[in-house]
Design a protein around this ligand. Structure first.
Ligand code: IDC
Length: 331
C-alpha cells in the first residue's frame, strides 16, 4: 500500500513538473511565432504596448541578382547579430525587374518575397517589401498599374502577417515631384489598406528619397505612414542631416530604409566620421534603418567580401569593413 502511495505521489509530482514545464514553455513558443503589430504615433514607430521601437537591419541587394542570401541559416545569423528587420529590395525596372522581365521572372521574384517573409517571420524579424524604383523608372507613375497588381497580391497574402511593412517607391528621382508621388501613393495605399488595413507603409520622397521637407509641407492624410530618407555617408553630410533634423522637429515619421557608409554609387571610400554623425541622430531619435546591402558584390557597400562564396554562417573574416561596422551598430 505504502509503495502504491509513493508511486502515486511520484506520478503526481512528475505530472506537475511536466505541466509546469510546458506552462513555462508556452510564452516562449508564442513569442517565437508572433511579433508585435507596429503603428505610427507622431514621429515614432511603436509596438502594441505603445513602446517606441527602433528597427535595425539590412537591405538585400536586388533579389533578382542576389537571391541566394534569402536562406534559413543566413536569416538566422542576421537575427543572432541583432537585426530585427530585413528589407527585400525588388527592382521594378532594372536588371530583370518586376516590370521588365517575363512572366517566369515575375513568378520567381514573388517566390523570393514569399521565402523572405517566411524566414523573417520564423526569426522574429520585420520585413520590408520594397518596390525598388530607380533611375530608369524614377517616376513611380511609370509602372503604377504593375505596382497596384503587385501590392494587391502582397497585401492579400500578408493581411494577417504583422511583420510585413510595405515600401511603395524606393527612390523617386529625375525630376519626380512630391505631387507625382502623392498621386501614386493615393492609388497604392488604398490597395494595400483594403487587405492589410493596419499595415505600416513607407513612402519615398523626391530626389532619391532625400526631400523630407516636401512631405513635412504636405503630408499624406493616412494613418501609419512613414517617409523614406536615404543617405550615403561619404556623399551626404550636414545639409542632409539638417533636412532630417528639421523633419524630426516637425514630428515627421521617418524610416531610413537604405543607407551606407560609402558614397552614393554604393562604392568608393568609407567615411566613418560622417557615418557616426548619422548614427547619433538616428539612435537619439529612434529612427529605424536598413544598411545597403546583403551581398558579396565587389563594391564597398556589400557586407560580404567578394572572395567569400558562402551564403550563411559567416565568420568575421568574411565580412567587409562595411559589414563589420554595421554588425557593431546592432549591439
Ligand atoms: C546600386 C547597387 C549596384 C547596382 C546599382 C544598379 O549597389 O550594385 O549596380 O544599384 O542601379 C541607391 C539605390 C540602390 C543602389 C545604391 C548604390 O536605391 O539601388 O544600389 N543607391 O548606388 N540609392 C542611392 C544609392
Amino acid at each position: 500500500m505504502k509503495k502504491f502511495k509513493k508511486l502515486c505521489l511520484l506520478l503526481i509530482a512528475a505530472l506537475l513538473i511536466t505541466g509546469a514545464a510546458s506552462y513555462i514553455a508556452i510564452p516562449q513558443i508564442t513569442e517565437a511565432s508572433s511579433i508585435s503589430r507596429l503603428h505610427v504615433d507622431g514621429q515614432y514607430l511603436k509596438n502594441s504596448k505603445n513602446k517606441k521601437v527602433q528597427l535595425k537591419g539590412i537591405s538585400t541587394h536586388g533579389i533578382a541578382w542576389y537571391p541566394e542570401y534569402i536562406n534559413d541559416k543566413c536569416f538566422k545569423q542576421l537575427h543572432s547579430w541583432g537585426a530585427n528587420v530585413v528589407r527585400l529590395a525588388m527592382y521594378s525596372s532594372e536588371y530583370n525587374g518586376y516590370c521588365t522581365g517575363d512572366a517566369a521572372n515575375k513568378k520567381a521574384l514573388k517566390k523570393r518575397i514569399e521565402t523572405g517573409v517566411k524566414l523573417a517571420k520564423k526569426y522574429n524579424m520585420y520585413v520590408i517589401i520594397d518596390w525598388h524604383i530607380m533611375n530608369t523608372d524614377g517616376n513611380p507613375l511609370t509602372h503604377q498599374k504593375e505596382a497596384k497588381e503587385f501590392f494587391s497580391w502582397a497585401s492579400k497574402k500578408y493581411k494577417n502577417t504583422p511583420n510585413v511593412i510595405y515600401e511603395i517607391c524606393n527612390e523617386p528621382c529625375n525630376g519626380t515631384t512630391w505631387d507625382d508621388i502623392t498621386k501614386y501613393a493615393k492609388k497604392i495605399i488604398p490597395v494595400i489598406r483594403k487587405n492589410a488595413s493596419k499595415s505600416v507603409i513607407i513612402v519615398g520622397t523626391p530626389n532619391w528619397s532625400q526631400e523630407l521637407d516636401k512631405a513635412v509641407a504636405k503630408p499624406l492624410k493616412y494613418k501609419n505612414i512613414m517617409y523614406a530618407l536615404h543617405f550615403y555617408a561619404a556623399t551626404h553630410g550636414d545639409w542632409l542631416r539638417d533636412t532630417l533634423q528639421s523633419a524630426v522637429s516637425n514630428k515627421l515619421p521617418v524610416f531610413v530604409t537604405e543607407f551606407s557608409i560609402c558614397d552614393a554609387s554604393g562604392n568608393g571610400a568609407i567615411d566613418k566620421s560622417s557615418a557616426n554623425k548619422w548614427m547619433k541622430i538616428l539612435n537619439k531619435n529612434k529612427i529605424s534603418y536598413c544598411l545597403w546591402n546583403l551581398s558579396n558584390k565587389a563594391e564597398t557597400s556589400s557586407i560580404i567580401k567578394s572572395s567569400c562564396t558562402k551564403t550563411s554562417v559567416f565568420k568575421t573574416a568574411d565580412l567587409t569593413e562595411t559589414g563589420k561596422w554595421w554588425k557593431k551598430q546592432l549591439k
